[in-house]
Design a binder for this molecule. Structure first.
Ligand code: ZN
Length: 239
């Protein structure tokens, strides 16, 4: 079973379309939250994921847009974008987002946005916090997003090794892995290319990928829709 794992698409339709084309045929599409927030095309991104029958968990931005949840914790431009998305989405689209689970178990992998200790807000950036989530998981592995930085942590003796993966290189998932595919729509690791991962559950591997997309097109759409300019500017630098 081949599974594409995406996260933090953040309403960036151009990046999502590019990534889906690069991935090609897969058996399943999993999304680790923050489908909306920041970007220009929340409705179209949500519609495309539903069309592709994606399995989606909620992120903090999805909850803020759909339910006003924790909106006071957002910085000013992020809160402004969330309110704009609230007004652009239909009631049915907001209901769809509001109904997304915050954790979900599928094919021996638990999906969440942040961590299993704090599914909406914890940033897992080190082996210790990854191990804490794996200790709570009923499945072998865990996929999360939220940091916008690709990472792979293993439980066990090699758990102390750095979490930054190389691209186009299959890594074994064994014995247990906590992985973050990085962000499709707003990378924050200094690389502006869209990030994603592909699991081969039969081989027991994960491979991380980056895809260049038309950043200038997304920037134009952000400006045209009147979103804060910072969300356009940062895409050029992957920050
Ligand atoms: Zn995010």
């Amino acid at each position: 079973m081949k599974v594409a794992v995406l996260s933090d698409i953040h309403a960036n339709l151009v990046a999502l379309e590019t990534v889906l084309e690069a991935i090609g045929a897969v058996d399943a599409l999993w999304v680790c939250g923050d489908t909306v927030g920041y970007g220009p095309d929340p409705s179209d991104v949500l519609a495309l994921l539903i069309e592709r029958k994606a399995t989606i968990v909620a992120g903090n931005h999805d909850r803020a847009v759909a339910r006003n949840e924790d909106l006071e914790l957002f910085n000013r431009p992020a809160a402004l974008a969330a309110r704009m998305h609230q007004s652009w989405l239909s009631a049915a689209e907001r209901d769809t987002l509001a109904a997304l689970p915050i954790t979900l178990e599928t094919a021996d992998v638990t999906l969440c946005h942040g961590s299993l200790r704090d599914p909406l807000w914890e940033y897992v950036t080190n082996p210790r916090s990854a191990a804490a989530s794996l200790a709570l998981a009923k499945t072998a592995h865990c996929c999360a997003g939220h940091t916008h930085v690709p990472a792979l942590f293993h439980e066990g003796p090699d758990g102390e090794r750095p979490g930054r993966p190389r691209y186009e290189t299959p890594y074994p998932l064994k014995p247990r892995a906590f992985l973050n595919p990085g962000s499709v729509g707003q990378p924050r690791d200094g690389d502006p290319r869209a990030a994603y991962a592909v699991l081969d559950l039969d081989a027991g591997t994960v491979t991380f990928h980056r895809s260049s997309y038309r950043v200038d097109e997304t920037q134009r759409r952000i400006r045209d829709r009147g979103l804060p300019a910072i969300f356009a500017d940062r895409l050029a630098f992957g920050l």
